[in-house]
Each structure stands twice: as C-alpha cells, then as structure tokens.
Design a protein around this ligand. Sequence first.
Ligand code: AMP
Length: 111
Amino acid sequence: MTTVFGKIIRREIPADIIFENDRVMAFRDIRPVAPVHIIIIPKKEIPDLQSVSAEDLPLIGEMVAAAQQIARDLGLDEGYRLLTNNGPDSGQEVFHLHFHLIGGKPLGKIG
Ligand code: AMP
C-alpha cells in the first residue's frame, strides 16, 4: 500500500529533500517539532519497524548512517534524537517506516 512517503519517493508530491541515494531518502518534516526535524525513510515500502526482516537489516544500518551524516551536515554537535513510531499506541500516522531525526534545541528527557 502506498503512502504519502511513497509519493515523495516517486516525486508525485513535493518535499524538501536533503539526502538521497538509491536506497534511502531524507526530507524535512512538514510539521516540525524542533528547529531540525528530518524524516529518514527507506525507498523500500516497509510499513513499520515491526515489519523489518533480517534481510532488511543492512537497510536499517544505511538509515542510521544517513542520520549520522545529516547530523554532521546540519551541525547538530550538541546532540539529537532519532526515533520511530510503531503502531497505534505510538501515534504512527504514516505506514512507511521512518526515523524522525530531531534536534537544534535541548529536547528534554524522555523516559
Ligand atoms: P508518524 O506519526 O511517526 O507516522 O510521523 C509522520 C510524520 O510525517 C509527521 O511528523 C508528519 O508531520 C510528517 N509528514 C506527513 N506528511 C508529510 C509530507 N508531505 N512531507 C513531510 N512530512 C510529512
């Protein structure tokens, strides 16, 4: 099932894309919760973290590497938060796996 992120991958709707290679894309969240709020996605349509298979694990590593690169490029030297929502209790809205990379201000503790 395609989602709004699938449409961004296929350039059917616009996005502020800041990173892209053959397997991973990153763009600015349309409703940022902090000065930096980036969505990092695999181009493969995986609905959520719980659906990730063993063969997808290198792709998850590439998403983490993209997060590191973006954090360096955007000067998030004081830190950032990388998270994913999975399922209804998390409030997940878009069922295409994504990491939120959030930073640019003190974020407060969670947990
Ligand atoms: P989640 O609740 O984890 O599924 O988060 C989905 C995120 O996607 C939210 O933070 C939305 O603001 C963001 N979002 C939804 N549509 C777009 C879009 N067209 N471009 C950029 N970000 C979007």
